[in-house]
Design a protein around this ligand. Sequence first.
Ligand code: HEM
Length: 456
Amino acid sequence: MSNNLATIDEREEPGTDASDRPLDLHDLQSGLLHPRPSPYVGAYLVFRVDAARDGRALVGRLGRWIASAATWSADAQAWLTVTITYEGLRALGVPQASLDTFPDAFKEGMAARAEQLGDTGESAPENWEQPLGSPDVHIALAAIAPDAPRLSVLLDQIRQAHRDLYGVAEIWRQDCYSLPTEREAFGFKDGISHPAIEGSGIPGSNPKEQPFKAGEFILGYRNEMNEIPIAPQPEVLGRNGTYVVFRKLHQDVAAFRQYLRANATSAQDEELLAAKFVGRWRSGAPLSLAPDRDDPSLGADAARNNDFLYQEDDPRGLKCPIGSHIRRMNPRDAVVTGAVRLHRMIRRGTNYGPPMADGVLEDDGQDRGLCFVFVGASLTRQFEFVQTQWVNDGRAFAAPAEQDPLVGGGGCPFTIPARPIRRRLQGLPRFVTTRGGAYCFAPSLSALRWLSELDA
Ligand code: HEM
């Protein structure tokens, strides 16, 4: 039977497996690696499994509809991704011996690691939207479609799959979308920079960045350290799976706009200041290539808008501040603490809540922001490293008192290098607050079948 644990003691040690198999695209959930074409609409759905048998039936039914990465198509009717938390795997009846093979960060879950992630004060788990952060979050689905009618077909199918499974309860839903402009709530074009992955057939967005070993993003393959990382066991459960971090991040758009207005000398300076926070103009044009004024045609040109490095051209950050969001999140060739290639991330974020009307400075009371989604093979080396060392700390960038000006916790200074004198903003407000999140595992298609057939 495929779901026994015979392989549990046959775990690969790092670097000892000589088999360098090509990435098995036929076994990967299609929604994980590919950037999705905008616009789209979607919903995140969370389920609690009260009866393992019903939970397994749901996983089996949903798993049958998920296209593999080998058949991914930009013209697809919809994309469905199934992810499961540690508590969810337990609720489905995964044996303890297998649960024990998952990494500690995943087992503990995001809420337990709040302090180190900077989720304190308003962002602390006790203030999170329920049931996020609770042990009730078991199965999390991302249902995405190019438009509302096709999303509604997919959601109907999910409803049908769930209909007679009384031991599974839908406990949370978050609608989301990406605009045709791909702008996030602060008004910047997002989703520009993404890594190329060997064997995936997906081109990277930066011609100056070498493709990454598949093992950085999918379990069961060599990574950038030439190791095959230890994966959850049995092999059918871990291989071709990956970790997904979900974070609901509220964006205080009014506070961001007010801050820019109060600290800029003119409308033009306001746009420059905004660009210095992000490292790109709102159009997506990078400061590294357009340091003085926006260049919307550059921002829209996928062949050029990510074609840059930092170290030789702009070592001091006179164009793109060393502490700006994109330079922190991916310092490229810049000299920083931490080997940049070991901390790359796939992002699959989407907007939630209505966009705030242009020009409005007062808060309209609407909840809006980003459903941040990370995909990668290591929660600690990738997501947690970036969040703790590069978002919440400035030491890697020789500015110990500073944090990421856009998504950090607020209260810190932000230095904008300039000649003849730099500009130093003091005590930035907090613009982004965590409303909840979860660490999930996205099993392969064969692992979803294995889970559905468990007879525990
Ligand atoms: C509400 C919160 C956030 C907003 C509004 C935001 C916005 C943006 C924008 C506008 C870009 C530029 C587009 C691009 O280069 O693709 C970007 C890039 C990026 N962001 Fe964020 N972001 C947020 C949170 C985060 C968090 C929490 C992380 C990581 C922990 C992160 C990691 C990245 C990375 C890795 C890039 C690409 C950098 C590059 O490769 O040059 N972002 N973000």
